[in-house]
Design a protein around this ligand. Structure first.
Ligand SMILES: [Zn+2]
Length: 244
């Protein structure tokens, strides 16, 4: 612990020499590789909320404010560990390759329209949530973009979030910018920026290809350097620029 503190202090002061004094760097060394990949036990707060402390507190404030305006923010999904993501990935992989007869690479492309490769999900961080409005009745899948658009059951909440979520630190990640690559538009997925920005900065320093090469879940044998490089550029980094 002492040693780590020493290294951190040294590197930060080292950088301070080269950078203008008004630029402050986030303490990204506080996040371990396991933590960034969803393999560590982190302290999460709130029954059914499961966010890091500061994100949890701000979420409650946002929920309260929305409630006063007639919306019941309900979390559909928040923290998900590596192993849970691995189960989701493998279920889809088997479905697409065996039931639907797709080639492995085609199946992987299909999975990554909406689901992440285990170890690369923002849901591993305890900062990101998928939310809907608990009030309107709605049938079938709830995380469908049309349901957040004009005439859909969550239109009201979406308009409220457009106006208010950033005041509480929550930003849309996969916005509807037509030039954006990677994951499709997800009007339900919000991220608590004050923590997820430094976490993404730390994540960018990982060698994702090398880390994924060590994994053995279905489909990993088809991951090439080019595929992972594009995946990182498009699916991890081509997001709402305010979260970079
Ligand atoms: Zn999500």
């Amino acid at each position: 612990m002492k040693r780590r503190t020493f290294i951190k202090t040294t590197s930060i002061s080292g950088m301070a020499c080269a950078l203008p004094p008004f630029i402050t760097l986030p303490f990204t060394t506080d996040y371990t590789t396991d933590e960034l990949m969803g393999k560590a036990d982190v302290d999460l707060f709130g029954d059914g909320i499961n966010l890091r402390k500061e994100a949890y507190e701000s979420f409650l404030e946002m929920k309260k404010a929305a409630y006063a305006d007639g919306y019941d923010i309900k979390i559909v999904s928040s923290f998900r560990d590596f192993y849970r993501q691995e189960a989701i990935w493998e279920r889809k992989y088997i479905q697409y390759t065996e039931d639907d007869g797709m080639e492995p690479l085609e199946a992987i492309d299909k999975i990554i329209e909406y689901s992440t490769i285990p170890g690369t999900s923002r849901h591993h961080w305890g900062t990101d949530i998928d939310i809907i409005d608990g009030y309107p009745k709605s049938s079938g899948d709830v995380l469908v973009a049309e349901k957040f658009e004009a005439g859909g059951p969550y239109e009201g909440l979406k308009l409220w979030l457009d106006k208010n979520s950033e005041k509480f630190g929550f930003y849309l990640v996969y916005n509807n910018d037509p030039r954006r690559r990677g994951f499709k538009y997800e009007p339900w997925h919000y991220s608590y920026a004050p923590i997820s920005i430094p976490m993404l900065a730390a994540y960018r320093r990982l060698n994702v290809l090398r880390l994924l090469e060590k994994e053995e879940f279905l489909g990993t044998e088809y991951f090439t350097t080019g595929f992972i490089k594009t995946y990182v550029e498009d699916n991890i980094l081509d997001i709402n620029p305010e979260l970079l």
